[in-house]
Ligand binder design. Sequence first.
Ligand SMILES: Nc1nc2c(ncn2[C@@H]2O[C@H](COP(=O)(O)OP(=O)(O)OP(=O)(O)O)[C@@H](O)[C@H]2O)c(=O)[nH]1
Ligand SMILES: [Mg+2]
Length: 431
Amino acid sequence: MKAILAKRVDSGTADLTEIEDLAVSAGYDVVGRLTQTRTEDAAYHFGEGKVDELAELVERTDADAVILDNEVGPYQTFNIGQKLPEGVEVVDRFTLILDIFGQRANTRKAQLQVELAQLRYELPRAEAKASLAKRDERPGFMGLGEYDESREQDIKRQISEIREELESIADKERSRRKQRRDSGFDLVALAGYTNAGKSTLLRQLAAELDVDENEDRHPDLATTAESEDRLFTTLGTTTRRAKMERRDVLLTDTVGFISDLPHWLVESFQSTLDSVYRADLVLLVVDAGEPTRTMREKLVTSHDTLYERNEAPIVTVFNKIDRITDEELAEKRSALSDIAPNPVAVSAKTGAGIDRLRERVERELPDWQRERLVLPLSESTMGVVSWIHDNAHVEEESYSDDYVTLEFEARPAVVSKARAKAAEIAPAESV
Ligand SMILES: Nc1nc2c(ncn2[C@@H]2O[C@H](COP(=O)(O)OP(=O)(O)OP(=O)(O)O)[C@@H](O)[C@H]2O)c(=O)[nH]1
Ligand SMILES: [Mg+2]
């Protein structure tokens, strides 16, 4: 599919870099570019002359689509389409992103989210059409209004059905998070822009196996699969067990951020981002190979996205340091110290800095509690002992003829559960 990129800005120069990355990620071959600096035209968004120029360019390059990096209204889109050769598609930034999401959605949840976003995109357009058709009282067009109104109702019904299903998936995920916390795991989430290297970092930090079989699997996490240099490789979430300095954590990878997303699109992916908002610690990954200005913009947007809902501490990770010199890294550190204090510099690809990251995660996680339990030797005691081994960090274990003594460190929740278990077998003897 051949595409022409077009973008209008009120002032300055239009930058096509990001829309080009998106277009390429969606599978388009970019065959032409066109930009304009002027105020928005009500009918065509661009100046009408510019649209004629666009039509010529389409003709000359034999393009199949025109991709507009602007918020172009439904009527403007229609008008532009009228000037283009028959069959040429007009795609805006959001439909392009939805296209990519649609291609990548390989789990039930991701598919539902993409459908929800598509319907929410379509709803105001169907509403506009319905009201236009109602106003249009010309004979021969009778019934069109009714048709579109029923389409509108249809969309609304589908939206509420999808919401319900997503809510029930979110419920299951909530109880899974609780279960995991109860069994001693800290939950660490990876966040950041698309293409920052989150999935690569997950592979570098994590053990081979996914945590449980029921969770959505991601082809891009298979050890054999290569990370791809394209946007939105990961759409759903995946969780793996990872060893930090001493503690095991559960590390969750999820969909990346991108700038200028309308709120309805972000909301459609809300339940995916829940794993980030509900984590004990967030690793905010940025591509340090990018210009400092870009890093700053992305950090600001990421913080905005996280700000309202996230309660966990955030550790910034400067990734891809294999692409820059030590001097550049030092410059970036100091230039960004206000928004990224004390970042950990790593290369998820080469493994450089990964041990430092493990130490840092361990240090930032909520403190563990120390506990000492003395239990009478019995069969049920051995069950408790092995439960403690599974869920805590055992530092000392000694056996006498009648007793076993355990010293361990664990999350406060695990310590209280261990105490309760101990009390059940030997209320009088636990110390
Ligand atoms: N040079 C270099 N490349 C890296 C590094 N980490 C990741 N990459 C590359 O960057 C690209 C994106 O990596 P991913 O891990 O897929 O990025 P992501 O953040 O998961 O992206 P999305 O899933 O789209 O949100 C891939 O081509 C990786 O090979 C690194 O440390 N150094
Ligand atoms: Mg990814």
